[in-house]
Every structure is written in C-alpha cells, then in structure tokens.
Design a protein around this ligand. Structure first.
Ligand code: SF4
Ligand code: SF4
Length: 83
C-alpha cells in the first residue's frame, strides 16, 4: 500500500470514529397548542428554546434527544424527531 493510500484509509477511519454515534434531532413546537407555560425553557438542559409569547426552538442544533421537553409539555405542543 502506498503512503497516499494509507493516509486516505487513516482519514476514513478517523471520520468514521467521529461520526459513528452522530445523531440529529428535529425540534418542532406547534404554536397553536403552546400555552406559554415556559416549562420547556426551564427544563431543557441545553437551552434549545427561546420565548416570545410562545416557545420556539431557536437552537435546535443543541438538542440531545432526551425528550424532557415533550414530557413536561402538558399541551403536547412539542415533537422531537430523530433524523
Ligand atoms: S412546555 Fe409546551 S406549552 Fe409550555 S411553553 Fe413549552 S411548548 Fe409551550
Ligand atoms: S429533547 Fe431534550 S435537549 Fe432536545 S429540546 Fe427537548 S429537552 Fe432540550
């Protein structure tokens, strides 16, 4: 194996390690259901939500998929989807 081939293989292995457990979540808030209780803002451990009359997911890229927000939202306004 040439040095270039070895280097490419090592890069591929490195990328595989980096992304093998990579997960992305969609965070959706239905504004028609949200009653403005702010519990999702209080309980989300990574500060996904902001609030202006209703909650909205301003930093969905932070989401860990813990589904705490779904559990505390009595209005069932939040849906977390793994993609
Ligand atoms: S927990 Fe549900 S009802 Fe309360 S602010 Fe968040 S989305 Fe709205
Ligand atoms: S699933 Fe967890 S991390 Fe993601 S928005 Fe809800 S509370 Fe925050």
């Amino acid at each position: 194996m040439s040095a270039a081939q070895w280097s490419q293989r090592e890069q591929d292995r490195f990328m595989g390690k980096q992304y093998i457990d990579y997960e992305v979540y969609l965070v959706n808030v239905d504004p028609d259901k949200c009653d403005g209780c702010e519990k999702c803002i209080i309980y989300c451990p990574v500060d996904v939500f902001d609030f202006s009359i209703k909650a909205y997911p301003n930093r969905p890229q932070n989401c860990l998929g813990c589904r705490t927000c779904e559990a505390v939202c009595k209005s069932k306004a939040i849906i977390i989807t793994e993609i």
